[in-house]
Design a protein around this ligand. Structure first.
Ligand code: SF4
Ligand code: MG
Length: 270
């Protein structure tokens, strides 16, 4: 039923590989939108470039499939022009924090009311497996054939440090939890970041000998620790694991509203 209501039949079949995690994440986004009862005509989906960014084209909303790394710049324009719209950005790890990194930190800093879901598969999938700022150190990629020398970002710490007012991490495996995290992100009046860990069996999984899609989903299950459980564990016990759940929530003035107040005062309306 969700597919009938929210997917563009004419755009099927999608381009994703069998076993890719991106479809699971899109489903979580659609469940969140449906459960919140968002108006389909007042919800805009914006994406950049990459496997995950193809999602915007498949979804039956007003959608913008933009240029590489610039989804947040376009989304900012939409929100500033029409603040009554729900603006959701779907982006990948390469798109959002490599070429789009500067847009990302400044959107966090501004606290503009946009929900960004980052499909983190630790690699550039669409362009055949180059390493991204989220490829773990030591992992293999087309452009790091002897193991990645770079340290990866902690996306959620980056978002929190830059000023985002809602930050959470989920996985394709924990799909029901992911839906709830996305719902909370949409409800937050400010900039929300939900990192959704996804599996790319075709490039990341194969090159790193992680097995098939089911093995990769099991890897997510086995390495994720909920925020509540993590609070009771030592750094040694958490080594090699990652924390899922709501990681940060705070309040700050929302940019589009503050901007409008200035405009109203200059026009003598306030
Ligand atoms: Fe998914 Fe990877 Fe295939 Fe892209 S290349 S569709 S991320 S499995
Ligand atoms: Mg990626």
């Amino acid at each position: 039923m969700l597919a009938e209501k929210y997917l563009r039949d004419a755009m099927m079949p999608h381009i994703w590989c069998p076993g890719c995690g991106h479809g699971i994440i899109v489903h979580a986004v659609l469940r969140a939108i449906d459960q919140l009862g968002l108006d389909q005509d007042k919800t805009v989906i914006v994406s950049g470039i990459g496997c995950s960014s193809r999602a915007a084209g498949y979804m039956n909303f007003d959608t913008l499939h933009t240029t590489h790394g610039r989804a947040l710049a376009f989304a900012t324009g939409v929100k500033m022009a029409k603040p009554e719209l729900n603006v959701i950005v779907l982006t990948g790890d390469g798109d959002s924090v490599a070429i789009g990194g500067n847009h990302f930190i400044h959107a966090c800093r501004r606290n503009i009311d946009i929900t960004t879901i980052i499909f983190n598969n630790s690699i550039y999938g669409m362009t055949s497996g180059q390493y991204s700022p989220m490829t773990p150190q030591g992992s293999y990629a087309t452009t790091m054939p002897f193991g990645n020398l770079d340290r990866n970002f902690d996306l959620c710490e980056l978002a929190k440090g830059a000023g985002a007012t809602y930050v959470a991490r989920g996985t394709a495996y924990h799909a029901a939890m992911l839906t709830n995290l996305i719902k909370k992100g949409i409800e937050n009046k400010g900039f929300s970041v939900v990192e959704a860990i996804s599996q790319c069996p075709t490039y990341f999984g194969r090159r790193n000998r992680m097995g098939g899609p089911v093995d990769m989903l099991n890897w997510q299950k086995e390495h994720a620790v909920t925020a509540a459980a993590a609070a009771k564990l030592s750094p040694e016990q958490l080594a090699g694991k990652f924390v899922i759940g709501e990681l940060h929530a705070s309040e700050a003035p929302e940019f589009s509203e503050e901007y409008r107040k200035v405009v109203a005062s200059l026009q003598g309306k306030e």
